[in-house]
Structure formats: structure tokens, C-alpha cells
Design a protein around this ligand. Structure first.
Ligand SMILES: [Zn+2]
Length: 89
């Protein structure tokens, strides 16, 4: 029997980037409020704050996009959930 965990996107609140050079972990709060001017509340760093190694070039844009998705889905609460493990159709 496979274990399943269903989570709403609010449960996925933090994104953590691992620096593969020095193993520093950078954690970003996806729930940070958008300011009234509509700009992103943060933009994902492009390099490690400890050793200045650049993250994989895919990471900053992907996390910025994830933040937009998070904010949109968080507004509708638990109407959409994500499942960890095998899907049970
Ligand atoms: Zn680093």
C-alpha cells in the first residue's frame, strides 16, 4: 500500500535553493505579500549569498514563476490540492 499525502499549495509555503558549491540553503517565503504596485515582493537571488556561486540559470525564473502560481492558487484555498506519492485515480 502506497502512502499518499494531499496538500494544498499553502502547505508548500517555502522554497529552498541548495548551493551545490558550498551547501548553503537559501529559503524563500512564497507567501510574502505582493506590494500594491504589483511588483514581485522578492526576486529570487541569482547567486549564493555566501560564496557568490551562480545558481543554475533555470532556478531564479522558475521560482519567480512558482511564486506567481502560489499567490494565485492560495487565494482559492483548498479547492486545488497536490498529492505526494502514487495517484489514486
Ligand atoms: Zn554557495
Amino acid at each position: 500500500m502506497n502512502k499518499q499525502i494531499a496538500v494544498s499549495i499553502k502547505d508548500l509555503r517555502y522554497a529552498t535553493i541548495l548551493c551545490r558549491t558550498c551547501n548553503t540553503r537559501v529559503t524563500l517565503d512564497l507567501a510574502m505579500e505582493f506590494p500594491p504596485n504589483g511588483h514581485m515582493p522578492f526576486s529570487t537571488p541569482k547567486e549564493c549569498p555566501r560564496c557568490d556561486a551562480r545558481f543554475d540559470s533555470v532556478i531564479p525564473g522558475a521560482i519567480d514563476n512558482m511564486q506567481k502560481v502560489y499567490q494565485a492558487l492560495a487565494e482559492i484555498g483548498d479547492a486545488v490540492t497536490f498529492t505526494v506519492g502514487e495517484a489514486d485515480y
